[in-house]
Write a protein that binds this ligand. Structure first.
Ligand code: GDP
Ligand code: MG
Length: 439
């Protein structure tokens, strides 16, 4: 979806004047892109109608950059489609607040129960996790392990007592022990069936939960939407948690869930770890769908600043790991033209999530020092990073640039790391190009 929309939209971005026919053509492509991304067809139809109406309206046609305006409208409507930010968890007037986790097998209920417990714990709440899945072997154990890891109590009566009774007793236990949230993990099945729904309704009727959260796997696309629709019909959900958004999901499910069920996506699961739960942000998701991170504006910025031939040459060098200190200086100069480095890094998709990237805080002063170091190198040294294994050379450079030998060492190490990373990046880019070609 992202690629397709990006291609379409980038063609329009710079356009000076937009006619009604242009908008129609553009909307045709947006429609196709959304359908391809497995977005529900009714949702697509309404969405396109809305955008069209606004795009053909005054606000866009009369603006100075209509192409840009249309994109803005698409972005805003995508955000609206997914609802506002509604990650608030209901809080009962009289403790405990009861939250029931439902969903199909493997969607991430148990994991999300743990994540939610941790989330509440951070807000100084005292959650209790309830082992209500008595069918799947080791399901109880899985929750107990999480409980131990998080230091959150787990309530279980083994697998011989009915989940309804377990849930009921769990609430009594929470009251006695002054625990203020009861998170009920329930069983799932591979498909929705009456037995499952019957049991869930039983738990709901006896515990009167304040929240019924449906956990759905974002990777399942349109299926996730169908699942949400059935669960909502049967149980009247209060919200949805979309898991596995850390994977290569394009967001089709996120787009349709709210529109089809009317229920907000409250949280997004971004990984298997217990802290990988985030409040769901429709605006960020819209940007991700429109351009994975903010590739469009990154490209725009880069195009404005970087001489294209130079960029190509640079890419060739990255690939061959021929990248030298001289290129590094060049690159620095280009990057400086583009604005603060941190902003740029943030715009590269996946960069924010990459390990270690959070620590890569960019200090502009440091850049100046680095420049001084490189400028103190001889021409030969600049072009042959290997020469700098020699300590006396490094000492000379340190003196010349007014920094310590340690700093020179650190920079050379960073430079080598960067070369490695660049190689990885180009490899990743190649792979995704291949994938795109196949699809
Ligand atoms: P349940 O059957 O619904 O209780 O599902 P589980 O909680 O046991 O999760 C099934 C699998 O999905 C496990 O391997 C989890 O680690 C994984 N999982 C759950 N949520 C996420 C997520 O947000 N991202 C990723 N990558 N994996 C997840
Ligand atoms: Mg489970």
């Amino acid at each position: 979806l992202a690629n397709r929309l990006q291609d379409t939209l980038s063609r329009w971005r710079g356009k000076g004047k937009v006619t009604e026919a242009d908008v129609n053509e553009m909307m045709r492509e947006v429609r196709l892109a959304l359908l391809e991304a497995d977005v529900n067809f009714k949702v697509v139809r309404e969405f396109v109608a809305k955008v069209k109406e606004r795009a053909i309206g005054q606000e866009v046609m009369k603006s100075l950059s209509p192409g840009q305006q249309v994109i803005k409208v698409v972005n805003e409507e995508l955000t609206a489609l997914m609802g506002g930010t509604q990650s608030k968890i209901e809080h009962a007037k009289q403790a405990p607040t009861v939250i029931m986790m439902v969903g199909l097998q493997g969607a991430g209920k148990t994991t999300t129960t743990g994540k939610l417990a941790k989330y509440l714990q951070k807000q100084n709440r005292r959650p209790l996790m309830v082992a209500g899945d008595i069918y799947r072997p080791a399901a109880i154990k899985q929750l107990q392990v999480l409980g131990e890891q998080l230091n959150v109590p787990v309530f279980t009566l083994g697998d011989q007592v009915s989940p309804i009774e377990i849930a009921e007793q769990a609430i009594a236990h929470a009251k006695e022990n002054r625990l203020d949230y009861v998170l009920i993990d329930t069983a799932g099945r591979l498909h929705i069936d009456e037995t499952l729904m019957g049991e869930l309704k039983g738990i709901r009727d006896t515990t009167q939960p304040h929240e019924i959260l449906l956990v759905v796997d974002a990777m399942t696309g349109q299926d996730a939407v169908n699942v949400a629709e059935s669960f909502n019909e049967q149980l009247e959900l209060s919200g949805v948690v979309l898991t596995k958004l850390d994977g290569d999901t394009r967001g089709g499910a996120a787009l349709s869930v709210k529109a089809v069920t009317g229920k907000p996506i409250k949280f997004a699961g971004m990984g298997e770890k217990m802290d990988a739960l985030e409040p769901f942000h429709p605006d960020r998701m819209a940007s991700r769908i429109l351009g994975m991170g903010d590739v469009l504006s990154l490209i725009e910025k880069a195009q404005a600043a970087v001489d294209e031939d130079k960029a190509k040459e640079m890419e060739r060098k990255f690939r061959k790991a021929e990248f030298t200190f001289e290129d590094f200086l060049d690159q620095m100069a280009q990057v400086k033209k583009m604005g603060p480095l941190e902003d740029l890094l943030g715009m590269i998709p996946g960069m924010g999530k990459m390990k270690g990237m959070q620590d890569l805080k960019v200090d502009e002063k440091q850049i100046d020092r680095v420049e001084a170091i490189v400028k103190s190198m001889t021409v030969d040294e600049k072009q042959n990073p290997e020469m700098l294994k020699n300590t006396s050379r490094k000492r000379r450079i340190a003196k010349g640039s007014g920094v310590t030998l340690q700093e020179v060492n650190r920079f050379i190490k960073q430079f080598e790391d960067m070369r490695k990373m660049m190689k990885q990046f180009t490899r990743m880019a190649d792979q995704s190009k291949k994938k795109k070609g196949k699809g």
